[in-house]
Design a protein around this ligand. Structure first.
Ligand code: NDP
Length: 463
């Protein structure tokens, strides 16, 4: 927490943009509906918009993303203000200061391209409104180690770390929070949660669709920048971290950062890069694009807990399903007493992160009958509705209250770039794969002897 209570105004830079439309307006509407937002909301954009246009855009966004509650929308519309102007002009920030009125701890949401952060941050400082403010920024936080450092310097010139809220919306997801909860709410896990009992960990984030018209954006990213450096390494950190030393926000973030520090930088031998056939025909994509739409990665963590346990990470577009799953495979019993177990699945934990939320412990149990023959069973909890509260609603509320727990800290973000930097860009051959498959065959060669990728099913069926 950076103390000082709840923000008394929310200022959205880039309010006319895609992120505001897709995520921020629906989140504000939901917060108001729950009675969790009573601050004024100021939308900032270059000249050309108007308060009426903004209200209409908010209405469209909320209608498109869910059920509009007329009372909540009326409140939102009444709270909205519009401040237009060029971000290069001091007058824009003077107008903002006037609109902020008596607010002393505004939250500034930078829903704008990162190239504008420096201009906006210094404009706020010059207008004297940065002092006790909070600033909320989006991924991608940099493109590599150097640009992430630059971005941090830019923000730190005007805002202390405790006031900077870096959104990785994955951390706001219910099932991702559940990883932290499950690990440290249960005592049975700790004795086996290490290299003595765990063989390997797999994380697959599969999308059954392509770039959905965002080819231009994707050309600048690729799978490693888009989801591995941020979402999937955050998941690894939650699986790999030590128990926090206390209950404070920083104790969780300290342990996550320590886990990141123990992760070995990837080498080109640790990655298989793929590109789906047809990607180069997408709008905005270069005819000779070398950008990966699939990455399979082998990661090592040099810690006493994890040394020698590979973490396999796989993310791709146009795979057979849309699902994200973690599989933690346990070692087999040291002696095979029952022959039918020799080829059975090893014990494992499965954390289904989407579309459903499932926690499952895979074990063997004897089938009724005379013979000592068993079957695979799953002991599990299952939630069909993963997110009662959407990640942006949760994160926006947390940021306005000053609770940093679910936000990425400077050191963790930079460490994550350090880990992936050697495999950014065309570091290894790009393998074509057919849409609807599990990516290039070469991905299976990353696996240690005797292991294979676990392919999640579209629907949870214990598959
Ligand atoms: P947009 O490209 O839609 O831009 C947002 C707004 O910024 C625009 O509406 C525009 O508003 C303003 N803007 C853009 N370029 C300039 C410029 N050169 N000078 C002044 N203003 C400018 O971006 P998104 O909304 O898609 O994304 C915003 C941020 O969120 C980015 O950092 C992006 O990476 C991140 N993000 C976006 C996601 C999404 O779903 N869209 C998901 C995750 C992260 P106006 O012209 O009205 O001033």
């Amino acid at each position: 927490m950076n103390g000082g209570g709840t923000s008394d105004a929310l200022v959205i830079f880039g309010v006319t943009g895609d992120l505001a439309y897709r995520q921020i307006f629906p989140a504000l509407h939901a917060m108001i509906r729950r009675g969790q937002l009573d601050a004024p909301i100021l939308g900032m954009a270059r000249a050309g918009s108007s308060l009426e246009a903004l209200r209409e855009r908010a209405r469209q966004s909320i209608e498109e993303h869910g059920d509009l509650d007329p009372a909540a929308f009326a409140t939102l519309a009444a709270r909205l203000q519009y401040v237009g102007g060029n971000y290069e002009d001091a007058s824009t920030f003077e107008a903002l200061r006037a609109a902020l009125g008596a607010a002393t701890r505004p939250a500034f949401y930078f829903a704008i391209p990162p190239s504008l952060f420096a201009t906006v941050a210094s404009g706020l400082a010059r207008a004297g409104v940065a002092g006790d403010a909070r600033v909320i920024v989006e991924k991608p936080f940099g493109r590599d180690v150097a640009s992430a450092e630059d971005l941090n310097h830019t923000l730190h010139a005007h805002f202390p770390e405790a006031s900077i809220f870096r959104i990785d919306h994955y951390l706001g997801k219910e099932p991702v929070q559940n990883l932290l909860y499950y690990r440290f709410a249960n005592s049975f896990l700790e004795p086996i949660w290490n290299r003595n009992y765990i063989d390997r960990v797999q994380i697959t984030m599969a999308e059954a669709f392509g770039v959905r018209g965002r080819g231009r954006f994707y050309e600048e990213a690729g799978a490693v920048r888009d989801v591995v450096q941020n979402h999937l390494l955050q998941v690894v950190s939650l699986l790999a971290m030590e128990a926090p030393g206390g209950r404070g926000t920083e104790s969780v973030r300290d342990e996550k950062a320590q886990a990141f520090r123990s992760m070995r930088p990837l080498t080109p031998a640790d990655i298989v890069r793929g590109q789906y056939v047809g990607y180069r025909e997408e709008e905005g994509v270069a005819a000779d694009s070398q950008v990966e739409t699939f990455a399979a990665i082998r990661l090592h963590i040099d810690s006493w807990r994890w040394a020698g346990v590979p973490f396999y990470i796989r993310a791709g577009k146009h795979l057979p399903v849309t699902a994200t799953e973690v599989l933690v495979e346990l070692k087999r019993p040291p002696v095979t007493l029952f022959e039918d177990c020799a080829k059975a699945r090893p014990n494992h934990f499965r954390f289904r992160l989407s579309p459903q939320v499932v926690l499952s412990l895979g074990a063997r149990a004897k089938m009724p009958g005379e013979k000592m023959l068993g079957e695979d069973v799953d002991l599990m909890t299952f939630h069909e509705q993963p997110d009662e509260m959407a990640p942006y609603e949760r994160l926006l509320g947390d940021a306005m209250r000053g609770d940093q727990t679910l936000f990425a800290r400077e050191d963790a973000v930079q460490e994550a770039w350090r880990i992936v930097e050697p495999v950014l860009g065309p570091c290894a051959p790009l393998r074509p794969y057919q849409p609807g498959t599990w990516g290039p065959e070469e991905a299976s060669r990353l696996m240690d002897h005797g292991a294979s990728w676990h392919n999640p099913a579209q629907d949870w069926g214990g598959a």
